[in-house]
Design a protein around this ligand. Sequence first.
Ligand code: GUN
Length: 291
Amino acid sequence: MSAKLIDGKAFAATVREKVAAHVARLKEVHGVTPGLAVVLVGDDPASEVYVRSKGKLTVDVGMNSYEHKLPVDTPEADLLALIDRLNEDRDVHGILVQLPLPDHLDESLVINAIDPAKDVDGFHISNVGLLATGQESMVPCTPLGCLMMLRDHHGSLSGLDAVVIGRSNIVGKPMAQLLLGDSCTVTIAHSRTKNLPDVVRRADIVVAAVGRANFVPGDWIKPGATVIDVGINRIAAPEKGEGKSRLVGDVDFGSASLVAGAITPVPGGVGPMTIACLLANTVTACCRAHG
Ligand code: GUN
């Protein structure tokens, strides 16, 4: 392995320390404790794990955590009524509705019911528009975490060629907006992109967010490029025993780490930064609410 390992786990711990210090100051000086409400509809095991982890880390940095677990068949009107209550609740500064939602719920309607000022995911259409036009907004947590790691590694990103693989609303599109905001030359590649290996080979920065295990091999990577792997894919790992599995990214770490200049591991890369940025966004929302 020749690439420098970008340690998202350690970086996230430093971000959480800063968040905790900010929370302590808000309490001491303004008598305010930031509060994050997380809404989970249904009992998807992976979502339950994420929500539990978010709740624990929220409390660890000194904020209040409010968890709302609703049954899988919750009517849309009930979910919207809960969001209305959370919008009005002065103790709640951030609201996150865990995705994906069960099929009978209209995801876009639900997200856009959240007060944009409390939309710590940055998914509300107002925040999407503000980010796209370079104005102050809530920035989606995963792309924000990726940007922080890239800035930390490179200093300035100005003029670098960046390729984002994946065009989702949650990661690909906002990631491209953020890189553009830092004056990268940005290409958004996706499943229909022609000559994808050649497109990726041009990049100084590769952000892989396709949701397919080991999709990007090392021979697509320009020597010395920085690789940010957003993927979290569970694959069978018979070598660990029958029925065992392990997490891998969208990048084939073994081959890519021989070529890249720097790379994030999976796990321990982007994942911890996403939650740290969620906590940071909640503090930001609280500060804005209290002027
Ligand atoms: N499900 C997977 N990632 C996310 C995320 O960043 N926010 C929300 N709300 N749900 C998710």
